[in-house]
Design a protein around this ligand. Sequence first.
Ligand SMILES: *Cc1c(COP(=O)(O)O)cnc(C)c1O
Length: 417
Amino acid sequence: MCDIPNIQKKMLKRNNILKLIKKYKTPLWVYNSDVIIKQIKKLKKFDIIRFAQKSCSNIHILKLMKHYNVKIDAVSLGEIKRAMIAGFEPNNNNIVFTSDILEKKVLKEVIKKKIPVNAGSIDMLKQLGKKSPGHAVWIRINPKFGNGHHIKTNTGGDHSKHGIWNPKQALSIIQKYKLNLIGLHIHIGSGVNIKNLYQVCDSMKKNAIQLNTKIQFISAGGGLKIPYSQEEKEANISDYFNKWNNTKKIISSILKCPIQLEIEPGRFLVGQSGILIAKIYAVKTIKKNTFVLINAGFNDLIRPALYGSYHQITVLYKNIKNIHNIPIIRSVIAGPLCESGDVFTVKDTGIILPRNLPKVSPGDYIIIHNTGAYGSSMSSNYNSRPFIPEILYKKKKFKLIRRRQTIQEMLSLETSL
Ligand SMILES: *Cc1c(COP(=O)(O)O)cnc(C)c1O
C-alpha cells in the first residue's frame, strides 16, 4: 500500500478533497501550485527555464509559469495561441516554436509574430527562409542517440523522427536564405536517466565547435525524470547544472561570444503537482482478480495504457467511521471504457498487475498521483466521454481552471453543421 507523497500532504487533507468532490464531482484533476513553484526554484541557476507546455497546457498553468519568469515552448498553433492568451509576448524569445514540420497556418503566425523557430528538419528551414529572411532560428540537432522512459518517448537516434541529422547542411541552408541562427538545441527524450542526459553535453560541445558559428543560446532540452514510485529518487540537479554550465563556458570561449543556457522541462515542473480523483462504482471478483472499477479511463490518463507507466494510487474513503483493520486486497484498478486495456495497474508489457490496496466499496474514491504531466494534456474524447475539470490549488485555495466539457459541446462539431 502506498502513502500519499509527502510533497502533497498539505493539499490532500481529507476534507479539502471531499469538498472538491462535492462541488465539482468526479473525475477531476487537481494541481498544486506549491509543488510547481518548488520545482521551478530547483532550476533557477539555468539562465532560462522554458516550459514544454505539451506536458500540461492549461492557460492558467502557463500564467503561473510566466509569473515565475519561466518562458514557453510551443509545438503547435494551438500551443502558440495558448501562450499568447496566457500573456507571453511572442517576440523577444518568450515563445519558441519547436517542430519537425511547418504547417501553412503556423508558418504565417510565426512570421507575423516574429516567433523564433526551433527547426527539426531541413525542409522547415527552406520553407521559412523563402518567406522570412532574417527570421530567428534554432537548429534542433539529433545527436544520433536517444533515451526515455519508453521507446515511444525516445527522441534521438536513427529510429526517431526528431531533429536534424546533419547540422552542417542545416547551417548552409540557413546561410543561403539569410536566416538568423540564434541557438542549438538537443532533446533526446522524455523520462531520461541523468547519466544519458550527461552525454548530451558532449554532443552539444562537439556540434557547436564543428559548426563554428556565433550563437546566443544553447538548450539542454527537457527529459528530466521524476520519482513516480517511492523507491525512485529525484535527479541531482546541481551536478546536472554544473556539467551544462561548464559546457556553456567552453562553447562560449571557443566561439568567442556570450551564450545563455536554457533548459526545457515539462514533466519535471508539473508531474508531481497533479492528481486524478475518481470514484469507485463497482468492485468485482473474476477468479483470482479483484477489479476496482472507477469513472476515469485512459481517455483521461493514458500513460499506464500507452507506456505501462506506474502511478502511485491511494484510497479516499467516503466514510471513515469503520475503517479500522481493513484487509489489504490485491486489486486491479480499471476504468469505464469499452476496451480491456483500460487499466491503471499494469506491467510495462501491458499485462495487468494487481496492487495491494485496502479493501474498498462502491462510493469510495481512488486518487492517482503524479499525474500533472502528460495527464490532462493527453486526454481524448474516446468512448464519447467529455473532458473533465481541472482545479489549481494556490495560496491555500482551490480554483477551477477548466470546467467540465458538456456532452452537447462535445457533439456540437457534428450537430452544428
Ligand atoms: C516533450 C519535450 C520536452 C519536455 O520533455 P519532458 O520529459 O517533459 O521534460 C522538451 N523539449 C521538447 C522539444 C519536447 O518535445
